[in-house]
Ligand binder design. Structure first.
Ligand SMILES: C[S@@+](CC[C@H](N)C(=O)[O-])C[C@H]1O[C@@H](n2cnc3c(N)ncnc32)[C@H](O)[C@@H]1O
Length: 225
């Protein structure tokens, strides 16, 4: 049955329930941290924190654009399948190769700090670009859209993408998931290669030479992109 009204972008019951569930997931995974294979629970904590921050930072710094989709939980089938693969690989290897999963602490630490650094980079990018940031790529320029080149954007011209890249790969290093690491790497290169090419073509249309010059001086900070 339809009331005839357009759907609300921020339905409060859905927003509060999603936040509540994400909080429970973080709480439960931290509570299980005393068990063996801690990185598995840490991975779940990192995913739930990522989705919470996507909505929270959007609502604080891009309030005109926030909607229930800002949680990015429905971030495409490929994203969901990739994390399902990572969880499955982890569980299978914990069962069949427990001593491998318990080894290589330095690699796990590198993965954890890469994920933490990646999350910080992405969050900082969303804060720095304010209302110029949107989860979808804008096809037409609004009067309010200005070119951001300061702060973290003077270090990387796509800091939120670089952040996501290191976050995602960091989680797979931390889990010691060789198969998922390679698949994540291939998917991330394909996804961001295409996305950056398209996004930069729109930014050149919006800002012309200013973006071309910016692109020449500031790297992406993802190797080969
Ligand atoms: C998902 S955000 C990603 C922003 C940027 N690529 C990053 O990784 O931080 C996509 C939107 O940001 C806008 N955008 C990207 N770089 C920008 C910049 N330097 N200044 C202003 N807007 C930018 C694009 O027009 C697009 O609508």
């Amino acid at each position: 049955m339809s009331s005839g009204e357009p759907p609300k972008p921020n339905p409060l019951p859905e927003i509060s329930l999603t936040s509540f569930i994400l909080g429970i997931v973080v709480g439960l995974s931290l509570a299980l941290f005393f068990l063996d294979f801690k990185v598995f629970y840490l991975y779940i904590t990192l995913i739930a924190t990522f989705h919470f921050l996507e909505y929270y930072i959007t609502s604080k710094y891009q309030p005109s654009k926030v909607s229930v989709d800002s949680f990015l939980i429905n971030n495409g089938l490929e994203y969901q399948l990739a994390h399902a693969l990572a969880l499955t690989e982890s569980l299978i290897e914990i069962y069949f190769f427990p001593s491998f999963k318990r080894s290589l602490l330095p690699i796990k630490l590198i993965g954890f700090f890469a994920a933490l650094g990646g999350q910080s980079l992405r969050t900082l990018a969303m804060i720095t670009s304010g209302e110029n940031f949107s989860h979808t790529i804008e096809g037409t320029k609004t009067d309010a859209h200005v070119l951001v080149t300061d702060g973290i954007y003077s270090f990387s011209r796509h800091p939120s993408y670089a952040g996501f890249f290191y976050w995602a790969l960091g989680t797979q290093l931390m889990l010691l998931n060789p198969l998922s690491f390679i698949i994540f790497l291939l998917l991330l290169y394909r996804f961001f290669g295409r996305r950056i090419r398209y996004e930069e073509s729109t930014l050149i249309t919006f800002f012309g030479d200013r973006y071309v010059k910016y692109r020449e001086t500031v790297p992406v900070r993802i190797p080969f992109l």
